[in-house]
Design a protein around this ligand. Sequence first.
Ligand code: ASP
Length: 581
Amino acid sequence: MHRTHDCGRLASRDIGREVTLCGWVKRRRDLGALTFVDLRDSSGVAQLLFAGDVPALSIAHSLNREDVIAARGVVRTRSAGNQNPEMPTGEIEVEVEALEILNRSVTPPFLVEGDGSDTTEDTRLRFRYVDLRRDRMQRNLTLRHRTLHTIRNALADRGFLEIETPVLTKSTPEGARDFLVPSRLSPGRFYALPQSPQLFKQLFMVGGIDRYFQVVKCFRDEDLRADRQPEFTQLDLELSFPRGKEEIFGILEEVIARAFREVLSLDLETPFPRLSHAEARRRYGSDKPDLRLGMEIHDLSSLVRGGGFRVFDDALCAGGKVAGIACPGCAGYSRSALDHLQEVAVRAGAKGLSWIKLASELTSPLAKFLSRETLLALRDECSAQEGDLVLILAGSGIEKALGELRLDVGRKEGLLEEGWRFLWVTDFPLFALDEEGRITSEHHPFTSPREEDLPHLENEPLRALSNAYDLVLNGTELGSGSVRIHSRELQERIFRLLGITPEQAEARFGFFLRALDYGAPPHAGFAVGLDRLVMLMAHEGSLRDVIAFPKTATGTCPLTEAPMPVDPRQLYELGLEPRGE
Ligand code: ASP
């Protein structure tokens, strides 16, 4: 028996037609002389009816959940009381004449049709092949496929070539640890899995490819969080002779808008808004602000300077600031709600939290130190109204904590607007300080500094801005890119500033520096985290729900049980010693 139709696509127009369906038994109901089986395939579910004295009936009685069958029969209208308007195929059923069991299933570890509450994520991942039958996974993987397909078409239409780059390669710094692969043929030597194809795509530009893209796996050995996976998929792209970053913005806006239109039937507004990194920090306390939420940060320093409150005056004297946010409708917050906010602020590095409640009366612990006029001026500066709560912090770098408070209150109070708020963040600093106080790249070392900062790089490296940009969607960083360095001299200068000696630069990046000597064109590029994009498009909260075979938070795969110990012989062949415990 060969399949002639898909279960979920049968409709009234098929009534009277003989069909053969194949799929999995979703459930079986025996009602005296009649037996019903709901049959599922990737398109949906159809009802099979076994009635009368057909030989198929006795086989049907033995069917269990997830058995795989083929059934031939005639499509009929369901009897009046049996119709199910909730089901796309709810008007019809197939009265079965012949049934073949293609394979039996043991009892599945959880219900495919369930809401997931009968199992743990670990079990779902261990039996991922059963989990993939769930509607939600089928929907998410279809959405993923359609998004990638649209993006590929959009870029191909724009003249981009998709070209693969090596997986066994040399370290490309993107700020994470490398995954290393020992070489058997060169004992004691290692390949690194690419943290991104950054250097290869730049070499494509030197090689005259002009416009490159790739849907590519990248590998970063980091401590995992909900929105991280050790291997993840990027949309990586690069182009030569860019008309500034504008050209990259235009291309990505077009590609993403097309994906939203074709996959979600949604029209995005383009161009996406932009904020400089400094402004994003100042107004939202974040370099990836969620614009679904208002609650901007207001600088209150000039209103409280010399006002008699020592905490504020000390902060201002030490070069810090006093700033606040208005939380709409939160004037009734209890002591414990305020304590929680205090904890959020302290965790984000702030010292203490001040507040003004604007209920019918204005109340605030600050009233002991500041005049009523000053408190009213603070209220007005924050555009707060009756019913609101104003939160105020003092010190250096308090924007981060105010940004956290903004998100905490905004989420809890349901103040985030519906919708898709994209944002370009531009003019990032070129460098940052790492935990040990050393200069590192804010993006990666191949990012070009802004022209006007070139003369001061050595004197004031931390003040230099770069031609890097990030794309943010609803407070999630979707990707980043930059106009690159294409002169060897400047690239060597940046390495020097990063504390990389000429010998180290030669050993790690000699092949790349040499390429810059051979006519490297100006170029720029970008990379989008596709797992994250698809996760947001699918309204999922975890990357694992949009990746077919993901890793857990500890980097393991419950399905295959990777990573695994290996045979000591394999280690020997690779010239490696097992670590003595
Ligand atoms: N290689 C960068 C990254 O993976 C993106 C880029 O600069 O194009 O984040």
